[in-house]
Design a protein around this ligand. Sequence first.
Ligand SMILES: [Zn+2]
Length: 200
Amino acid sequence: MAWQPLKELDAKRRRQRKAARAAGLKKAPGDLELVRAFVSTVARAKRVDELATPARLGRWLENRGLLDAGAALGEAEQRSALDLRRGLRNLILANSGVAADPAMLERIEASSTGGRFALRYEGGLPVGFGPASRRFDDALGALAAIVVTARSEGLWPRLKICSGSDCRRAFFDTSPNFTGRWCSPQCGDKHRAAGHRRRR
Ligand SMILES: [Zn+2]
């Protein structure tokens, strides 16, 4: 085996663990995947909050083409993003029958109301709306706008929060009767096995 510095081996193991956790994850179609991933940035399964600092938030948005490279974000921007995330998480929980908290839902409006939009065209035909720029306010507005589109397309009710107590990732429920509870078959197996052990 070729010699590898320890650091690289660690990184390799981390990547392997990450890939194993992500295997079978039920991602959402199209732009809705952005919202699913945004809400999942704080899932317990990740063990870290990907938006824990303004710099991390900036990187997350930049990596998804929503923010100009090197845009300097501060604590106010981070607070807005966390508010939007809490609000969206609450709205998604309502898809599983949990009563939405109106105060949480108001955070969606308060954090995304500054977003500006531009028409998107394909072959001269207007096909939808996108963020007017890669500025921060437009990025949060774009995330909220995806909810509007997903609701009108009937996709929104399928977005759920995983029932795994140590997971809580968002996932797209593809079950025929909207009864999915787990973000991946692996997560379901793990928690069903744990429940079985507890009962015995
Ligand atoms: Zn899960």
